[in-house]
Design a protein around this ligand. Structure first.
Ligand code: NAD
Length: 365
C-alpha cells in the first residue's frame, strides 16, 4: 500500500518526536512492504515565523490531499514567546483550531492504556492498577456547549451569563457511527455517557445512539451518567472499552482518563472526520522547557502513528507491531526521563528521545 502523509512537526519538542515517529513508521513499512511518502508542512509558531500566520491555505490544501496528517505539537512558552504578543487569531493555537475546522475533524479519540511496566506511575489504588485498563474516550469535537450561542447581559442590575448546549441528530449520529466502527476494531463495547436525567440534549443523544446501535449487533451498548462515569474511571477503569460522549463531558473525562495512566509522554490521540482521514498527534503540548535537549519521550507520537495505521489505513497488524515494539522496549526496562519514577532504572537503560526511537524501530517484527 502507498501511504501519503502530511507531516506537521510544529514547535518545541515537535520536530524531535516526529522524527522518531517517522523512524518507527519507516521501519514498519519496510518490514510489511508498504511505500510511505511524507510532505512536511509548517503550522504554529514556525509558520508564524516563516509566513506571518499560524496556518496557510497551502498547508491546508496539502493536508486535504494527503491520506492522513501526523503532527508533533505546536506553541511556545506562553509567558515569554513573542508569538503570544500577537492578537489571538494569529497565535500558534489558532492554527490548530483552524485546521480541525478545515478538515471537519469532529471525533477526537484518546486512548488511556496502562502498561503493566508503568503501573507504579498510576495514581489509583494498587489493586485497581494491577488489573490494568485499556479505554478510549471518543469526544465530539465540533458541537455542544463550546460552540453554542453565548451572551453576558445586565438584567435587573446584575450580570447574567448564558451558554447554550445544542446538538442536532445528524451530529450525534455521525459520531455514534464512528464509535461503533472503532469499537469493532477493539473490544466491541460502547459506553455512551450523558446526563439524560436532566438534559434534553442528552436524551436526544441516548435516543440516536440506540438507533445507531441496531446496525451493530456485535457491539454492546450501555449508557452511563457522566457523574457516575467520572467516579467509575477512578474506581473500576477496566470496565471501559469505548466511551462515547459529547464535547464538554469528553473534555473533562479524557483529561481524567489520561491522568490515571500517570504519564503524559505516553498518550496518543486521533481526530477523525466522516472518511478514513485523520489527524494524529500526542496528547501533550510542545514542552518548550525541554525542547532541543533530546530528552522528550517520543512514545505518544509513535503510538499516534500506530493509531494512524489502524484507523486511516486499516493496517491492524502493522499498528500492533508498533504497539508490541513499544511494550517490548518498556519490558526490557528502557525509560526516558519522564518515566524514571516507575521502578529502579539502571544507567544503561536511561534513554533520550533518539535512542528510544531507535530501540522501538529495532523491535518492529
Ligand atoms: P506540555 O504538555 O507541553 O508540558 C507539560 C509538562 O509535561 C512539561 O513539564 C513538559 O516538559 C512535560 N512533557 C510534555 N510532553 C512531554 C514528553 N513527550 N516527554 C517528556 N515530558 C513531556 O504543556 P504546557 O507546558 O502547558 O504547554 C506548552 C505549549 O504547548 C503551549 O504553547 C501550549 O499552548 C502548547 N500545547 C499544544 C498542544 C498541541 O499542539 N495539540 C496541546 C497542548 C499544549
Amino acid at each position: 500500500m502507498k501511504l501519503n502523509i502530511a507531516c506537521i512537526s510544529g514547535d518545541g519538542i515537535g520536530p524531535e518526536i516526529v522524527a522518531e515517529a517517522k523512524k518507527v513508521l519507516n521501519a514498519t513499512c519496510e518490514k510489511y512492504g508498504h511505500e510511505i511518502e511524507y510532505t512536511d508542512v509548517l503550522m504554529g509558531g514556525c509558520s508564524i515565523d516563516a509566513y506571518g500566520v499560524p496556518l496557510t491555505d497551502e498547508t491546508i490544501d496539502i493536508c486535504k490531499k494527503s491520506d492522513a496528517v501526523l503532527m508533533g505539537s505546536i506553541g511556545g512558552d506562553t509567558t515569554t514567546s513573542p508569538w503570544y504578543k500577537l492578537e489571538p487569531s494569529l497565535r500558534p493555537e489558532a492554527g490548530l483550531l483552524k485546521i480541525r475546522k478545515a478538515l471537519n475533524l469532529f471525533a477526537n479519540l484518546r486512548p488511556a492504556f496502562l502498561y503493566s511496566e508503568l503501573k507504579e506511575a498510576c495514581p489509583l489504588k494498587s489493586e485497581t492498577a494491577e488489573k490494568g485498563f485499556d479505554m478510549l474516550i471518543m469526544r465530539e469535537l465540533t458541537g455542544g456547549l463550546y460552540f453554542g450561542d453565548r451572551s453576558t447581559k445586565e438584567i435587573d442590575g446584575e450580570l447574567v451569563a448564558k451558554d447554550s448546549l445544542e446538538y442536532k441528530e445528524s451530529e450525534i449520529r455521525r459520531i455514534a457511527i464512528k464509535a461503533f466502527e472503532v469499537a469493532r476494531q477493539r473490544n466491541k463495547k460502547v459506553i455512551s455517557v450523558d446526563k439524560a436525567n436532566v438534559l434534553d440534549s442528552s436524551r436526544l443523544w441516548r435516543k440516536v445512539t440506540e438507533e445507531v446501535a441496531v446496525a451493530y449487533p456485535d457491539v454492546t451498548l450501555e449508557h452511563m451518567l457522566v457523574d457516575n462515569c467520572a467516579m467509575q474511571i477512578v474506581k473500576n477503569p477496566s470496565q471501559f472499552d469505548v466511551v462515547l460522549t459529547e464535547n464538554m463531558f469528553g473534555d473533562i473525562l479524557s483529561d481524567e482518563a489520561s491522568m490515571v495512566t500517570g504519564s503524559i509522554g505516553m498518550l496518543p490521540s486521533a481526530s477523525l472526520n466522516e472518511t478514513s482521514f485523520g489527524l494524529y498527534e500526542p496528547s501533550h503540548g510542545s514542552a518548550p522547557d525541554i525542547a532541543g535537549k533530546d530528552i522528550a519521550n517520543p512514545i505518544a507520537t509513535i503510538l499516534s502513528a500506530a493509531m494512524m495505521l489502524k484507523y486511516t489505513f486499516k493496517l491492524d497488524k502493522e499498528a500492533k507491531a508498533i504497539e508490541d515494539a513499544v511494550q517490548k522496549t518498556l519490558q526490557e526496562g528502557y525509560r526516558t526521563s519522564d518515566l524514571l519514577g516507575c521502578g529502579d532504572v539502571s544507567e544503561d537503560k536511561k534513554c533520550g528521545c533518539k535512542r528510544m526511537g531507535d530501540l522501538i524501530a529495532e523491535r518492529i517484527i
